[in-house]
Design a binder for this molecule. Sequence first.
Ligand code: ATP
Ligand code: MG
Length: 605
Amino acid sequence: MTAELQPVDGAAGRSIIRKNVALLPVAPNLLDYPATCAAFKWDEAARLLDGLPDGQGLNMGYEAVDRHLRHGRADKVALRWIGKAGARQELSFGQLAQQTNRFANALAALGVQPGERVFVMMGRVPQLYIAVLGALKARCVVTPLFSQFGPEPIATRVEAADARVLVTSPELYQRKVKALRERLPGLRHVILAGAGGAGGAVGDDWAGTCRWDEVVATAAPDYAIGPTDPESTALLHFTSGTTGRPKAAVHVHQAVLSHLVTGIYALDLHDDDVFWCTADPGWVTGTSYGILAPLCNGVTSVVVEAEFDAQAWYSVLQRERVTVWYTAPTAIRMMMKLGAQALQGYDLSALRFAASVGEPLNPEAVLWGLDAFGLPFHDNWWQTETGGIMIANFAALDIRPGSMGRPLPGITAAVVRRTEGGGVEPVDEPMVQGELALKTPWPSLMRGYLHEEERYRKCFAGEWYLTGDLARRDADGYYWFVGRADDVIKSAGHLIGPFEVESALMEHPAVAEAGVIGMPDPIVGEVVKAFVALRTGVAPDEALRRELLGHARKRLGAAVAPKEIEFRANLPKTRSGKIMRRLLKARELGLPEGDLSTLESDEQP
Ligand code: ATP
Ligand code: MG
């Protein structure tokens, strides 16, 4: 642990990780946070982008790839792919430009028009990245789909978006899509990328099924991007479905400015960085930060095909000399479960910045990073709807473990309360709990929910975008996540955020993961129940249960602490790694389970 990153005691018993910025390894951004925020203007930041030649507009694919050729990066590695079986492939910005041009030409040859939807459903292989960026250059609307979706979630999404093209692997096609073709007449073309599949086009009679090698690899490597309105739709992203039926958020080409700027400020990306985002592009983090933000910034990205495996991940960090790492609480908690000793022998000296998103990051996990990696995890907050990071613990600012951080330059956040007139107003006093809201607009704010005008409208009140999350802001402007508005527990007049209770449980060395819900109670309204998964090697028993109940009571007080604890081998999670509290609750109360299209199995191993 480096001396300048020692946690010290802050207000209200919370620790602060103070940073001596003079000692940080790389000149960090936001050395003067208030001044940077005050001076920031989106239209001035837009100068960091090139725009299409001859004033033809702004295209996300162009900004991510082609423009770097004009800035001397043609030979610089854009993507460094590490395949499952040890295969490696590097694509320079120049090669990526050519490959994406081939893909755009292939779409044109198939008669696919700008504005039509191109779905991409594959593991993390180079063709996925080429297809996404090539389709953006062709001005099609791109939807990445998580490759582990079953046939039904695929069919409903393809239908909802009226997808015209699907790029997938022969194996996924055979297993999940082929039987759906009859039901999806609008899906005219399926492009099969990669080896596999029996004979021809996997024995398929559908006229619209073709092979990548035949239509993309053989297409011309030059392509002129057509005029692109910055307000035209670029991406359609389905939310994680943590709180209910997933929504499809509409994002426009202009969102690329948010990707660029947030990459600089929240992830501290510099030209010589090697960046690794562990998220799958099937979720918005894997697209905004696994593809767009690093590429826009001209940074080399590592792409790892394999799913989570702690040892394999440590090897990647070591071997690829990753400098900036963006991951998620679930992965961090799994690493914690294995303990810091699993890291012994790895040389991670290149790593200088680590960030986390997707769920609240327990203070324990931030501090564990310091212990295990010698640098803390920097939590940041955003949503599919916001398109990019909104609130972050920045490289150059002190970290408050357990806090999401402070708003990015160009972003005005507030905790708001409802007014009698049906609007909202910001709450000025610190530490008051209320809904987290963001002042509109910013480039990557969603422009709609597909086919759900009413649901979209409800997200706004006057000039505010309402996030549906509850938070508090402290006197120094740091935001603290309380819970989803839907998950908050009302007990004897208290509003209890599940995160606070889960974090208190996580402080106990036996606990790997906790999910907390409210159970109806005739006297106090709701009581807190916790589901707890234990660290590897810890056996659940009555004594431990009592110890955890006592620990929580001591930390939180009797009114907030759980009344009941149930041990589980695993907690139900979305495929993007979020604890599905609504499902824990529905099962507990015997209620309908709701939309489970994004559920990852939580069966006991
Ligand atoms: P759905 O909207 O379909 O219910 P979802 O909200 O989980 O799913 P995403 O857009 O992937 O879908 O996730 C955004 C949400 O994740 C945020 O609204 C917030 O609740 C949670 N979240 C993300 N990052 C953080 C963080 N750093 N701290 C706390 N919560 C976070
Ligand atoms: Mg949401």
